[in-house]
Design a protein around this ligand. Structure first.
Ligand code: FES
Ligand SMILES: [Fe+2]
Length: 419
């Protein structure tokens, strides 16, 4: 049972809120698809933890990340021109390079170089991994980037969606795997028809039991099902506190699966990054193929996870599609179903009014872990998965397996799970 105070503590990330502090000081924060940082497209407005920034791809390929407002008279640098490796403010022409130095201040006529060298520009280090650009907003030198199973993998698919609700609803949507066989049942049936992926029908036919265990980086969650010959089929999801989750897809291989990353924009918005990485089954490679819009529908990968409406029109739900056999009436993609559901809970879900059941164990565990992490940080300790940890942070690959007699899912991994 979550109290109102706990709900506030976990969800609020703007300004000096404790959760915002935890994210800022212990995590590299995802903010954009790398493919959306294009030199010729100009600067990208970014919002994280309730504050505004601007990012840009320099001519030499590096990514600059600055406070949005120009250090001169605070015009928005989202409007700036790009000149080589610099942003040039369109108001009075100051130039700031990708490393955060003022290299030209044409409004300063007396000793301009010396003047420019003394202007402090608020800028932050960026690291690109797994097709996503991440920023370090915390104090001091940037700590090492964690080892993530999708960091160096090729993606068969990667997209982002801006979702108008609190970041924790996005995270809990990725942990709440009990919804998959219900909410996404139409998608699963279609995907299972595409062969190679027979375990998906299994997932649909039999509700699993769930078990979790804590890990140094966060949590492992197992969905367990009994097979017809009395064995146990397990799917293990790995969660890096507080917002990275990797899920097995089909016959999981090392460095393959699906990834969900949540970027906390502000108290009532988040960005969801979703992709299939590594050698995933064919049926997972083209979500567009399993859209239900019918022949000739050409989804725009940056569009078909977006909401098509508001509460007043049921977020664009297609009731005729439901009458034709589609479970949800959101036929463009599985992601659209997730985004609609999270948004339908309201800008910040009131968790005091929920009634969690036995299959919600992973969500309950994740909340307890988050509250414990907040308490640890308040006491001056490191939360699980902190990149400030002296031990390298490594998130294992997700996996699925058939357990034999005496096997324990807790012992399974492609490589040793750190303890
Ligand atoms: S406000 Fe940017 S150069 Fe003056
Ligand atoms: Fe989902």
């Amino acid at each position: 049972m979550v109290t109102q105070a706990e709900n506030e503590l976990m969800t609020r990330i703007d300004g000096d809120a404790p959760m915002g502090h935890l994210v800022r000081e212990h995590c590299w924060i995802p903010f954009a698809l790398s493919s959306n940082l294009v030199h010729d497209d100009g600067p990208l407005p970014v919002r994280l933890l309730g504050a505004n920034y601007v990012a840009f791809r320099a001519e030499d390929g590096r990514v600059g990340f600055l406070d949005e407002l120009c250090p001169h008279r605070r015009a928005s640098l989202a409007l700036a021109r790009l000149d080589g490796n610099c942003l040039q403010c369109i108001y009075h022409g100051w130039k700031i390079d990708v490393s955060g130095s003022v290299v030209d201040a044409p409004t300063q006529l007396v000793r301009p170089e010396r003047f420019a060298a003394n202007v402090a520009v608020v800028h932050f280090p960026v690291h690109e991994a797994g097709g996503i650009a991440w920023v370090w907003l915390g104090g001091g030198d940037a700590p090492p980037f964690p080892d993530l199973p999708f960091a160096d993998s090729a993606y068969s698919y990667l997209c982002q969606s801006r979702v108008p609700c609190n970041w924790l609803q996005g995270v809990e949507g990725t942990i709440d795997s009990v919804h998959v066989g219900m909410l996404h049942q139409t998608w699963i049936r279609e995907a299972a028809k595409m062969a190679e992926h027979s375990n998906l029908t299994f997932a649909l036919d039999q509700p699993p039991t769930y078990e979790t265990e804590p890990a140094p980086y966060g949590m492992r969650a197992a969905a367990l099902r009994t097979t017809s010959d009395g064995g146990t089929y397990v799917r293990i999801t790995e969660h890096l506190l507080p917002f990275v989750t990797v899920v097995p897809v089909g016959q999981a291989q090392p460095r393959s699966g699906s990834v969900f990353v949540i970027s906390p924009i502000d108290d009532t918005h988040h960005l969801l990054f979703f992709g299939y990485f590594g050698d995933t089954p064919h049926s997972a490679k083209r979500p567009s193929e399993i859209c239900m819009e019918g022949p000739g529908y050409e989804p725009d990968p940056h569009d078909y996870t977006r909401l098509r409406g508001t509460r007043e029109d049921r977020w664009g739900q297609d009731r005729a599609l439901m009458d034709a056999g589609h479970w949800t009436g959101f036929g463009r993609s599985l992601l659209e179903e997730d985004v609609v559901i999270q948004t339908s809970m309201g800008p910040i879900l009131d968790r005091t009014k929920e009634h969690l059941s036995s299959s919600d164990v992973a969500v309950a565990h994740a909340r307890r872990m988050l509250l414990d992490a907040l308490a640890a940080v308040a006491d001056g300790a490191l939360p699980p998965g902190s990149v400030r940890s002296p031990e390298p942070v490594r998130l294992p690959n997700p996996l699925e397996a058939l357990l034999r007699d005496g096997d324990r899912w807790e012992d399974l991994s492609f490589d040793p799970v750190p303890r």
